[in-house]
Design a protein around this ligand. Structure first.
Ligand SMILES: [Zn+2]
Ligand SMILES: [Zn+2]
Length: 239
């Protein structure tokens, strides 16, 4: 299976990543990818950028070193109501959006019911394309309900390579990802493979995500980012 575009990466402006936008684009081109999504942390993540950064992304070229850039955001899911930390109309103006639960930002209780409800509420938003790393045992999820809602709303679920790697800090990720993938097969829900690269060398490195797909015998047709066109067609914003 070949992945043409990495859907999840961060640059210096996210506050805890280490390369510029140009360096990230250059590495993606060197690794023969056709595209790269740069998805900076939204404003509530400590150390990240503010509203104007996202509003002004329109001035940045969408092609560099011969590859396509999708410039977007990784939103913070703030509570069980699915509150996100940028206005919907700003997110709609970007090329791609991920929404994720992060420890410094999530205000709700960390029970399976509350976390699942938070994801379900978030997926009902038209401006949210992808749920990022719903694999963290510290934020337990009802995967049956998560995947059914993803299918109903046309939201993509992410298999996050960083979560699965030995440097990952999230809990019980491998078993959680495999459970999610089994339900994706059952309901024919689409996934994306994201590296969540915070440094240029991590772009396009999918070793652990690929292992999880192999171990669950996951069908390639349910992976959205095997081509740039397929990915674009799978984003809610292209409807
Ligand atoms: Zn994240
Ligand atoms: Zn991220």
């Amino acid at each position: 299976m070949k992945i043409e575009i990495d859907t999840h990466s961060h640059t210096l402006v996210s506050g805890h990543a280490y390369n510029t936008l140009r360096e990230m684009a250059h590495m993606a081109a060197e690794k023969r990818f056709k595209g790269l999504a740069i998805t900076e942390h939204a404003p509530k993540m400590p150390g990240s950028v503010g509203l104007y950064y996202f509003q002004n992304l329109r001035i940045v070229p969408r092609e560099m070193y011969g590859i396509s850039l999708l410039l977007g955001v990784e939103l913070n899911i703030m509570d069980a109501e699915g509150t996100i930390d940028l206005p919907d109309h700003v997110v709609e103006g970007l090329d791609i959006s991920i929404a994720s639960v992060h420890t410094p930002c999530f205000a709700g209780e960390r029970t399976k019911e509350v976390i699942t409800q938070a994801y379900v509420s978030t997926m009902k938003k038209d401006c949210v394309d992808i749920i990022g790393h719903p694999d963290d045992g510290r934020f337990p999820v009802n995967y049956d309900r998560l995947v059914r809602t993803a299918k109903e709303t046309g939201t993509l679920l992410e298999v996050n390579n960083t979560s699965l790697s030995p440097v990952g800090f999230r809990a019980n990720t491998k078993d959680n990802v495999k459970e999610m993938l089994e339900y994706c097969k059952k309901y024919e829900a689409m996934v994306v493979l994201g590296t969540d690269a915070h440094v240029d060398t991590a772009i396009g490195e999918y070793q652990y995500a690929m292992e999880a797909l192999k171990e669950t015998d996951f069908p390639e047709e349910l992976v959205a980012n095997t081509s740039l066109e397929k990915l674009r067609a799978c984003l809610k914003r292209s409807r």
